[in-house]
Design a protein around this ligand. Structure first.
Ligand code: S3P
Length: 433
């Protein structure tokens, strides 16, 4: 089991490009597989989660060439060309794979079973199977609504008009993918804006998507035309470095080619509201997604009440933001973020325990956290098998009073296998054993 050892101090400097966006990488495989023609992907995230999606489609008869260095060539089989896999599809730690695939596979004419690791097997799936059942899908879950999912093929789907009870891009994307196979029109209304990569990418493949306000609709009967996809660097992987450079004295770090889709920039909004010195350079649009180079320099952060409107826009970045709050002067209060409790770990509890071990007054609440900034000490903390907890607590070492040891860091490979190398290059004194 991998352990991270972080010696205290250091600053974060230089220019780096973190790996490709996880959400966009998953979708590139899914839509590329369903398209007609050959889709070329550049900047694909070569991490366990996205490779699980790739393997799932290979197991369903799609020829996918993994050329290395983020290049992938997908020989699309068309919307009706997938074949029954001979075994259950194992999706590892990846909630995105399981939730999006449940919608995509509900409309196929074969049976398929979706499984995952211990963490994924604990995550709620009723949020997708309930609305899919309204569309006519037949999917079995465990008695408590968790994986494995057994999808019964050959069920005719009917479009629905669904209002999501929670702001979830995974649920929205699941239903839109099912909608490609459903009779009539499928519409999803979201209570707050969530990442819109599925909608953008469908449009990029030439598939009509209707969007008005917080409602998005698709109809069946269209087709996807193969295209080229340039995956920007992941703002979620960038977040650890944004926080690291904001809190470490003497830092000046530039993160290149980062996706700054407006549905993903909560981390920038929140850090800026805390007083971070962040500048976006060279804004441009690449393949339908906005991109920029992000420069961050040290500053004295101050605590804030986090705007609930930023919560879905920063949903994966709170573990890192909690470290920023621990280093800020005064109190930071997060509310409206109960979704954090059903991520790869219960991220409210995991981070509260980690920060408390390091001497910070971090008080979990049912839907968020109250953190009083203070002096980080040394200690041994747990990742709880969650990649984002491991990487966030590693950054805490920059301001710690002694060595921070983080146990159980294998899961970093699910989203960011090169993390320690890149972090060392920038100045974090981390090694792994
Ligand atoms: C994702 C959506 C988010 C996010 C996850 C990736 C996606 O989940 O936490 O890491 O790619 O659609 P929810 O939609 O469940 O909030």
């Amino acid at each position: 089991m991998t352990t991270f050892h972080v010696e205290p101090g250091g600053s974060m400097t230089g220019r780096i490009r973190v790996p490709g966006d996880k959400s966009i990488s998953h979708r590139s495989i899914m839509l590329g597989a369903l398209a007609e023609g050959v889709t070329e992907v550049h900047g694909f995230l070569e991490a366990e989660d996205c490779l699980a999606t790739m393997k799932a489609f290979q197991a369903m008869g799609v020829r996918i060439e993994h050329l290395g260095a983020g290049q992938v060539r997908i020989h699309g089989v068309g919307l009706h060309g997938l074949r029954a896999p001979t075994e259950p599809l194992y999706l590892g730690n990846s909630g995105t794979s399981m939730r999006l695939l449940s919608g995509l596979l509900a409309g196929q004419n074969f049976n398929v079973e979706l499984t995952g690791d211990e963490s994924l097997t604990r995550r709620p799936m009723k949020r997708v199977t309930d609305p899919l059942a309204l569309m006519g899908a037949k999917i079995d879950t465990s008695a408590t609504g968790t994986p494995p999912l057994r999808i019964h093929g050959g069920q005719p789907l009917q479009g629905i008009d669904y209002t999501m009870p929670m702001a979830s891009a995974q649920v929205k994307s699941c239903l839109l993918l099912a909608g490609l196979y459903a009779q009539g029109k499928t519409c999803v209304t979201e209570p707050a804006p969530t990442r819109d990569h599925s909608e953008r990418m469908l449009a990029g493949f030439g598939y009509p998507v209707e969007k008005s306000g917080n409602r998005v609709c698709v109809r069946s009967g269209g087709k996807l035309n193969a295209t080229r996809i340039d995956v920007p660097a992941d703002i979620s992987s960038s977040a650890f470095f944004l926080v690291g450079a904001a809190i470490a004295p003497g830092s000046d770090l530039t993160l290149e080619h980062v996706g700054i889709n407006p549905t993903r920039i909560g981390v920038i909004n929140i850090l800026k509201a805390m007083g971070a010195d962040i500048t976006l350079h060279n804004r441009r649009e690449v393949g339908g997604e906005p991109v920029a180079d992000i420069q961050v320099r040290t500053s004295q952060l101050h605590g804030i009440n986090i705007d609930e409107a930023d919560v879905p826009l920063a949903i994966d970045e709170f573990p890192a933001l909690f470290v920023a709050a621990a280093c800020a002067s005064g109190r930071t209060v997060l509310t409206g973020a109960e979704e954090l409790r059903v991520k790869e770990s219960d991220r409210i509890q995991s981070m509260a325990e980690g920060l408390q071990t390091l001497g910070i007054a971090a008080t979990p609440t049912p839907d968020g956290m109250i953190i009083d900034g203070g002096k980080l000490g040394a200690g041994q903390v747990q990742s709880f098998g969650d990649h984002r907890i491991a990487m966030s607590l590693a950054m805490a070492g920059l301001r710690a009073g002694g060595r921070v040891t983080i146990n159980d860091c294998d899961n970093v490979n699910t989203s960011f296998p090169a993390f320690t190398g890149l972090a060392q290059q920038c100045g974090l004194k981390v090694r792994q054993s």
